[in-house]
Design a protein around this ligand. Structure first.
Ligand SMILES: [Zn+2]
Length: 420
């Protein structure tokens, strides 16, 4: 049992119905001098001068308590990521590539054998002919039967979403979408090279990953947004292409490179060289400003936006990169810090279908909490000023978080499953 005393509370919800708050676009409910009692992994009481015998007191005067963060686009492909996520205040991730090893690691987290974030997973990535160049994590769809089987396999393995890449042939993608609708599972991914985005939306495509996957025409983006499609910009990974391929950026210059284990560094280096060669050969030189404009257009028409990093991709470091993403959503996409906090808390909870017990601080909700030394509503970079993190009632104070960071650096990698 823990009792946070005298904190400034950023509940990310104001009243019982988060959805209607979101729709009314209400300002955050920051309340001063609040106490929050945590019992059995849940928020038990919120108020002033709460007394709870036997509770461990966390003195919060001058601190800010908000829901802990979701990374809404990640790939849990190596073990050190777990410590880095928690140490950065991220207690939930959307893992977008399935895989047996990742799933058994997620299970080990869930049962408490390993420290790490809660994992909400899509199945493996399904693609058309582009899958043939990739590793086995990508599954090839070459017929209507294989398209339908992709959905059946994803459902029967217990995944939450079907994940697709854009080279699936139109007739196969249509069959996949029909099967997904029939089996009541949502489809997310990189949209399609060949099916018009509005048609794909009409078929029920549920979430567009990456600003670079949005269509070019503003009217099409408006259509997707107004139709209720979700969107995860992952600006940080959209920038890796121009940065590494064309601007000569080096992986070793990354700010938190010390947290990348040798085995991952070698994988990144090799992959980045492959990526650089591939894009240079094809002369692909995307204009990052165009990509940002697409994302901004979507945000003009919809708040169904989630913050994600694409952790695992070369140059994207677990945990730290989500904070980079949050800053970019303010600086480049023109969102307010409050809007951006929603994208990393209540919005992913809504998307996943967990908003009745996650993504906000309310009585009865999971005690997934982030204690900050500075106010994130005045500067989004203050989400990095972490004093403590709580995941379902398990509390990591600053000392414990530093131990997690140290072991991410020093412990051997327990599992590594390259995605591509
Ligand atoms: Zn990804």
């Amino acid at each position: 049992m823990y009792l946070f005393k005298n904190i400034s509370l950023i509940s990310m919800c104001d009243g019982a119905d988060i959805k209607s708050n979101m729709e009314a676009n209400m300002e955050p409910n920051m309340e001063a001098n609040m106490d929050v009692l945590v019992q059995d992994g849940l928020i038990a009481e919120i108020g002033q001068a709460i007394k709870a015998e036997g509770a461990e007191i966390i003195e919060g005067k001058g601190y800010y308590l908000m829901p802990s963060l979701f990374d809404a686009h990640a790939h849990l492909n190596s073990s050190e990521m777990c410590n880095l996520f928690i140490a950065n205040g991220i207690t939930s991730i959307r893992h977008l590539s399935g895989g047996d090893k990742a799933m058994s690691y997620a299970k080990a987290i869930e049962t408490g054998c390993v420290i790490g974030p809660s994992v909400y997973a899509s199945g493996p990535i399904y693609d058309g002919s582009d899958a043939l160049d990739k590793k086995s994590a990508y599954r090839y769809i070459d017929s209507i039967e294989s398209a339908e089987k992709a959905v059946i396999d994803t459902v029967s393995a217990g995944y939450r979403w079907v994940k697709t890449y854009p080279s699936i042939k139109p007739e196969h993608l249509k069959a996949l979408m029909a099967k997904a609708n029939e089996m009541d599972i949502k489809v997310c991914g990189h949209m399609s090279y060949t099916v018009d985005s509005k048609m794909l939306c009409d078929w029920g495509y549920h979430c567009c990953e990456h600003s670079s996957s949005l269509p070019n025409e503003p009217q099409s983006i408006q259509y997707l947004a107004e139709a209720g499609m979700w969107f995860c910009p992952t600006q940080v990974v959209c920038e890796t292409l121009p940065d590494y391929v064309w601007a000569g950026k080096k992986l070793e210059d990354l700010k938190y490179y010390e947290y990348v284990p040798d085995v991952i560094r070698q994988f990144w280096e090799t992959k980045n060289q492959e990526i650089i060669r591939g894009y240079k050969k094809r002369g692909m030189k995307p204009d990052i400003h165009v990509v940002i404009e697409r994302g901004k257009t979507f945000m003009k028409y919809s708040d169904k936006v989630m913050a994600g990093s694409d952790t695992m991709y070369p140059g994207i470091i677990a945990g730290f990169s989500l904070h980079d993403e949050l800053e970019k959503l303010v600086e480049l996409y023109g969102q307010t810090p409050y809007e951006v906090l929603k994208m990393a808390t209540v919005n992913p909870a809504r998307y996943i279908g967990l908003a009745d017990h996650k993504g906000g601080i309310q009585v009865g909700y999971d005690a997934d909490l982030l204690l900050l030394r500075e106010n994130p509503l005045t500067a989004i970079s203050n989400t990095r000023q972490i004093e403590g993190v709580m995941k379902k009632g398990q509390y990591f104070d600053r000392k414990k978080l530093d131990i997690l960071l140290r072991s991410a650096k020093e412990e051997p990698v327990a599992f590594f499953e390259p995605l591509f």
